[in-house]
Write a protein that binds this ligand. Structure first.
Ligand SMILES: [Fe+2]
Length: 384
């Protein structure tokens, strides 16, 4: 067994109705002035004002930064930081999907340590203590609530920067599945496939250890069991709760084991073509499973044994080989997402250029099988 260390830095508060405890939990962190970081969609649904009210009832002053956009950029973090300097918070809460939580971390890096977010690209670059933070996810996707990394895109170069520091971990992650009921079906699909890819990739990466593999396996069990069910039963709180916890466990696994080549292939599709992360993952993941199949046959076969059968696709012929890849592609289709790059208007002649970018991605090196730029181009071609 590989030597390893495991330290969960986040306290998890899980269950239906737990949002009501937000004021008490913030008070336990000695919060008196909370910066609530959220996005306009979540604000429109009313989750943000609900959280605001709960915090105010606990005697806490609250200010809402609503400037979070999908795939937050260095500009969004800069604006949030200016906002924080005016309000002078002593605690930051990220409420929303991965973008809100990552933006909250990004603001904390710059507010607490100065400079600009680009200075924190990498690991352990923050030298001063950071403000205590609480995560309140409203999706079951990124698992950002369990991680000390913020993914922020450089507004000029569009490069996705992973800014990580143990001090950037949330003190508390509050997981109330009732908050995920308001997701549109497409968001459930996109975030769900992303979470599933986190479980699958983190299980077999080179740095995976005894505990991260345990987390990945349980995440896979929950996500592979409940994702097919949520399609027909989107209002079932038990299903939503299991998905939310599965996504969180997968996030905690990533914190210890990183990700693999599916994320390396997906990131250039987002950066260069604006394809939403979950959709990019949905197209490439089955092909990465095929590519890793021989290396990971034993592990992957064990995952297949517990899979629920999905109804077969009548008209679409599968472009994948292994049973696990076929199951994944089938799930992607049932969610109504695209399974081919050509359907996403990706220019075939651009595949070598995309492969060169994919080979530069940080996560490529953690894939169980070493893949060259040529291999990655073949995988793009298979997915095209
Ligand atoms: Fe992801």
């Amino acid at each position: 067994m590989l030597a390893f260390e495991f330290h969960a830095r986040t306290r998890f508060v899980v269950g239906e109705g737990q949002l009501a405890r937000l004021g008490q939990l913030a008070s336990e962190l000695k919060a008196q002035r909370v910066l609530l970081v959220s996005d306009p969609g979540i604000i429109a649904i009313g989750h943000t004002s609900c959280a605001e009210q709960i915090l105010r009832q606990a005697g806490i002053e609250v200010s809402v930064f609503d400037g979070v956009r999908e795939n937050p950029t260095s500009d969004d973090v800069g604006l949030g930081c200016q906002f924080a300097h005016q309000f002078q918070p002593d605690c930051i809460i990220g409420l929303g999907g991965g973008s809100s939580m990552d933006c909250a971390k990004g603001i904390n890096f710059v507010y607490s340590n100065g400079g600009r977010i680009q200075d924190y690209w990498g690991v352990g670059k923050a030298s001063h203590p950071m403000l205590p933070m609480i995560a309140v996810p409203t999706t079951a996707g990124t698992g950002s609530e369990a991680q000390s990394f913020a993914l922020i895109s450089d507004a000029e170069t569009h490069i996705k920067m992973a800014c990580g520091d143990k001090k950037a971990a949330f003190q508390i992650a509050l997981l109330d599945p009732a908050l995920t009921l308001t997701q549109p079906a497409r968001v459930t699909a996109l975030t769900g496939i992303d979470a599933l890819s986190h479980a699958l990739e983190s299980l077999v990466t080179r740095p995976a250890n005894a505990i991260s593999r345990m987390l990945s396996r349980e995440a896979w069990r929950l996500l592979s069991m409940y994702l097919p069910r949520v399609i027909d039963e989107p209002h079932d709180l038990q299903i939503r709760g299991n998905l939310q916890w599965g996504a969180c466990l997968a996030g905690l696994a990533i914190e210890n084991s990183m990700l693999g080549a599916a994320h390396a292939l997906a990131n250039p599709l987002t950066a260069q073509y604006g394809i939403v992360h979950g959709q990019a993952i949905a197209v490439v993941l089955p092909h990465i499973v095929d590519a890793n199949w021989e290396t990971c046959r034993e592990v992957y076969t064990s995952l297949c044994s517990s899979l629920e059968c999905l109804p077969p696709l009548p008209s679409q012929s599968s472009t994948t080989q292994s049973p696990l890849a076929k199951w994944l592609q089938n799930l992607v289709s049932h969610f109504g997402l695209s399974t081919r790059l050509q359907d996403l208007q990706i220019d075939r002649s651009d595949l070598p250029n995309l492969a060169a970018s994919a080979a530069q991605q940080w996560t490529a090196q953690f894939n169980p099988r070493q893949l060259t730029a040529d291999d990655l181009e073949h995988l793009y071609a298979a997915a095209w």
